[in-house]
Design a protein around this ligand. Structure first.
Ligand code: SAH
Ligand code: SF4
Ligand code: F3S
Length: 449
């Protein structure tokens, strides 16, 4: 019988996509996938250390796997991702049943490990793969993709920004862009396989190309991707406000397949806090960019991330964030309580904020935003919007689900043959996190018919 693998992914889109690469390597090595932990011969936990809570989730999961290993001593457990990179072999001390620890720059090392994985239960066979790999971005790894309509494509790795709170530059290393040829080849293959949408991934996509020998920037890359036949929609995450150029805004306004959505993390509305965070812009500069964007690309949806309770954040500073939410009226936000991350600059800042105050600020921000998001969704009632159908709805298999160009989720009754197609939906009901509507038409722009 072939061995089976189970992957548990924590964290961001980059990790979700890394898990697709991990799955690619494991299936290429002859393993089959299982969604049951009990059936697995190899378990990979792909971890995230962005906040303490994310770390705790992983530790409690790994703790539970101790019992699984007792029942099945042949079980192999690998830890990947950002915690793996930070903790390395220290994990073996606390969890002696872990077999392999590898970082985000070493996913390709999984190949060698899986093929010669020790069949014994000798824990001295424990290994790590954590070396910084400056050539990782040039490697072509097999990818086993989750869906058939939307695909993730890495365009750069790492981050050079060193925001004071953030662990990512410490776990993912320096910023490296992939060559445009590798990216275009990958997307052309996806188009041939029938994928209709790509999301370009990087911690700071706006600075794409900075260290490449070829002369190319992010808007230039978008132009080239836009010419690939079969790709109807292009998305990207994440953009850094400092590097959001007018050239990118022009590209978003001129290239019809770029989705009308920008995720642009503001983090805070107080200039004092933005400076302590080392973000490199003021709130006024941020707001000006949003104004230019909104006049160049009408109907664009803008979403953001905010952190509440950063060290030194007074009530007045926090109210700066609240008035930013009121003034900009984002389509949606991700809001987080500041979480202290070992090794980051913010650890040493004075005036850390009480947990109680952080919680109160988080609720205030989320309550305010819930009303704004709902009102924005409500304003879409009665409108007809184009949706790319992704699949059956998770909660109700009678319905289909897809997204608008502005990244809002739309559920509707339709046909399974709508999957992968652009359809026009008349919105009849707005909810807090999604829209519901009725199918009006399948669009003529569809290809691959
Ligand atoms: N590269 C992206 C985001 C990466 S992490 C960017 O620069 O925008 C995603 C979000 O997690 C960040 O935008 C930030 O809001 C939040 N975050 C990161 N570190 C955090 C910490 N220590 N505590 C709380 N939130 C944090
Ligand atoms: Fe972290 Fe800042 Fe880099 Fe984003 S830009 S990954 S928040 S250091
Ligand atoms: Fe988490 Fe690493 Fe992503 S810390 S958010 S998995 S880059």
């Amino acid at each position: 019988m072939t061995d089976k693998y189970f992957i548990h992914t924590f964290g961001c889109q980059m990790n979700v996509h890394d898990s697709e690469k991990i799955a690619g390597i494991l299936s290429e090595s002859g393993l089959g996938e299982t969604d049951s932990l009990n059936e697995a011969d190899v378990i990979v936990l792909n971890t995230c250390s962005i906040r303490e809570k994310a770390e705790q989730k992983f530790y409690s999961e790994l703790g539970r796997l101790g019992a699984a290993k007792k029942n099945n001593p042949g079980l192999k457990i690998a830890v990947a991702g950002c915690i793996a990179q930070q903790k390395g072999s220290v994990l073996f001390k606390r969890f002696p049943y872990v077999d392999f620890v590898f970082g985000p720059d070493n996913i390709d090392n999984l190949h060698a490990w899986i093929n010669k994985r020790p069949q014994s239960t000798d824990h001295r066979a424990q290994t790590t793969a954590l070396a910084h790999n400056p050539e990782y971005h040039n490697k072509a790894l097999p990818v086993k993709r989750e869906g058939k309509v939307r695909a993730w494509v890495s365009i750069m790795y790492g981050c050079d920004n060193f925001c004071a709170y953030c662990v990512v530059p410490h776990t993912r290393g320096r910023e490296r862009s992939r060559s445009s040829k590798d990216i275009l080849d990958e997307i052309s293959t996806l188009a041939r396989q029938g994928f209709r949408e790509v999301t370009l991934l990087g911690q700071n996509v706006n600075s794409y190309g900075k260290n490449l020998p070829e002369k190319i920037d992010f808007p230039g890359l978008l132009g080239m991707i836009h010419d690939i036949e079969g790709i109807e929609r292009i998305r990207f995450v994440t953009s850094h406000p400092r590097d959001l150029s007018e050239k990118l805004i022009d590209a978003m306004s001129n290239l019809s397949r770029i989705c009308k959505h920008l995720h642009l993390p503001v983090q805070a509305g107080s200039d004092k806090i933005l400076s302590l965070m080392n973000r490199g812009y003021t709130y006024k500069q941020y707001k000006e960019k949003i104004d230019i964007l909104r006049s160049a690309v009408p109907d664009i949806a803008v979403t953001t991330d905010i952190i509440v309770g950063f060290p030194g954040e007074s009530e007045k500073d926090f109210q700066g964030t609240i008035s930013a939410l009121r003034e900009i009226e984002f389509d949606g936000i991700f809001a987080f309580k500041y979480s202290i991350r070992p090794g980051t600059a913010a650890v040493g800042l004075p005036d850390h904020i009480d947990e109680k105050d952080k919680s109160a600020r988080l609720s205030e921000a989320l309550d305010l935003q819930a009303g704004i998001t709902y009102a924005k969704n409500k304003a879409l009632e009665g409108k007809t919007i184009t949706v790319l159908t992704e699949g059956l709805s998770e909660t109700d298999k009678e319905k289909l689900t897809g997204r608008t160009s502005s990244n809002k989720i739309v559920n509707f009754y339709g046909d399974e043959s709508d999957i992968g197609r652009l359809v026009d939906i008349k919105i009849s009901e707005a909810k807090q996190h999604s829209l519901f509507g009725t199918k009006e038409a399948i669009l003529a722009t569809n290809i691959h018919e």
